[in-house]
Ligand binder design. Sequence first.
Ligand code: NAP
Length: 681
Amino acid sequence: MKIKNYAQGKWVDGDGEGKPLFNAITGETVGTVSSEGLDFAAMMDYARKTGGPALRKMTFQERGLMLKSLAMHLIGIKKKFYAVSAYTGATKVDSWIDIEGGIGNLFANASLRRQFGDQPFYVEGEMAPLSKEGTFIGHHIMFPKQGVAIHINAFNFPIWGMLEKIAVNFMAGVPAIVKPAALTSYLTEAMVQEIIDSKILPEGALQLICGSANGILDHVTNQDVVTFTGSASTGKMLKAHPQLTEEAVPFNMEADSLNASVLGEDAVPGTEEFDLFIKEVQREMTVKAGQKCTAVRRIIVPEKLVEDVQIALGQRLSKTVVGDPANEEVRMGALAGKSQVEEVKEKVQKLSKSQEMVFGDLENFEVTGADKNKGAFLSPILFLNNDPFKNTDCHNIEAFGPVSTIIPYKDLNEAIELAKMGKGSLVCSIVTNDDKIAQEFVLGAACMHGRILVLNAACAKESTGHGSPMPLLTHGGPGRAGGGEEMGGKRGILHYMQRTAIQGSPTMLTKITNQYQYGGEQIEYDKHVFQKYFEEIEIGETVITRKHTVLEADIVNFANVSGDNFYAHVDATSLEGTIFERNVAHGYWILSKAAGLFVDGKKGPVLLNYGLDECRFTKPVYPGMTIGVRFTAKEKISQEKKDENDIKKGIVKFLVDVYDETGETVALATILTMVKFKNQD
Ligand code: NAP
């Protein structure tokens, strides 16, 4: 059977015999894979010309809903993927991380649509005032890049590796070409088949190269983005491709990482933290048979606890039954292939030269439910390095399997130094219940790690663990880990967009961004904006309210109602040394009074007040001053119906500009209202 590629809207067998791929448990052939005959340049062109325009036309809300329906579809047929995942040597838990963890990324990114506007592009951050009179301002807008995202992935997470990346570029409005590592590409192929068949993505949004992608970078151009996950050697070779420099193409690299887990000095045997540490390290060594970019490779423990850790970890590892995950007793499956076993063995032999193997054996170990010689099995292997500042192999050699080294430290400074000796990693954890140790460690070691987990009994039950990159947190690390950054919620999406600073008048920038900019033209109509449906409200539409002259009684009454008796409002004798001349009105009263002025009380399309985004009190308001409100429609974000009975509605953001008798702003806030659509279809 040929594992297929999906190119220019068609499933294609590569030419020639292809490379054979094997079942990691039985050694049987799963199929062959080839990409010979594929025209990478034409594929990229197709993505740029077909997928790109279709995705760019969609708003963030639409892209988010597209991801959500894809996630729902895939979760509904997840069993199909579990069946194929078993060929990779994965246990049920390993497959869960890959399949459901991957789909979870689609859901998480879909939810991010609420953090963007309702347009195909994103207006980022705050307006920058650039002139004294306020007639010239600046802002930043972010547009989807008009190229293609090329994702070159490692073999260990054939599904998660693809989904965590495409979720992000699709949200940004950019198409993708996915290149999974050939070794386990049959699982990625199985999922892409389902994605394409579902027709949820627009044509040209996703293509797949299961065979070699050698040469693809020859065709990248300046609007493309390349991401790479794999070994540092391949990554460095690809990053040096002259076309990347020639066209200034971003290249995000996630490579080898010698992640560490540190045991705090307080976490002695008998504490919950000691047990947590042993459990976490054992899990990280054996989940996915140690083929995780985030697996714990270095176990940094207080000198006096080395023996306890070695014994406790040895006991847990000895209970790790290796074999065919179809057998219920089995806790650790196979590596992804025999080639991987050979690579890991070679690294273990290198490590053995400078440190002692205290658990496991490369040859003598039991395999349950499978033929040890046919499958890609390996025993967990634990080393002890008593001289980690001198014998530095454990800080440099990554054996991408169930292999880890215990490293003693004398004091916390040493622990920090040792953790940093990995020269940059994806993740580090410290297990401690001592906040001083935790703080000193985190502040000392943070610059060398992409993520730090501080684990103790208080968070253990709900902790997602050392090894799980979370969609809303940044994944990546400095130095050896590649210097890249991906995921991280909104941040990740912005990697696929071009940030452009725009300058001009507030009115012009209002028109361009479709968001009202302070100082821009305000349009007044007879009908109050609260009597208008979502579709009828215009950005810039303004209600200029009646005025109110502030009374002493307003302040006293508000103090009574709210119970806010802060001295500046109620005690005129206490104002010496403050900026206030007299009893000043409460900021919250100004806002409340503003609502009293701008709200139209009659029942209409406004359903509710949803909250406040920003609020500033910019000038003291005293009795005798007269305030009014300029109430302007600032931004509109439509919402999908939750179900058939739901009302079609959207959020309208209004700028509340409270000003005094001189016209000067005294308070500025953005309020959010939920407004009904006139057209409920
Ligand atoms: P690899 O051998 O470096 O391969 C990575 C990817 O690069 C594969 O898809 C491979 O395709 C592709 N590739 C190789 N040469 C290429 C070329 N000339 N042009 C285009 N693509 C090319 O890594 P691996 O063995 O799959 O993965 C294991 C390594 O990945 C470990 O070192 C691990 O630390 C690292 N890893 C890092 C992370 C992270 O997030 N930082 C995650 C997982 C794994 P073929 O398979 O077709 O050769």
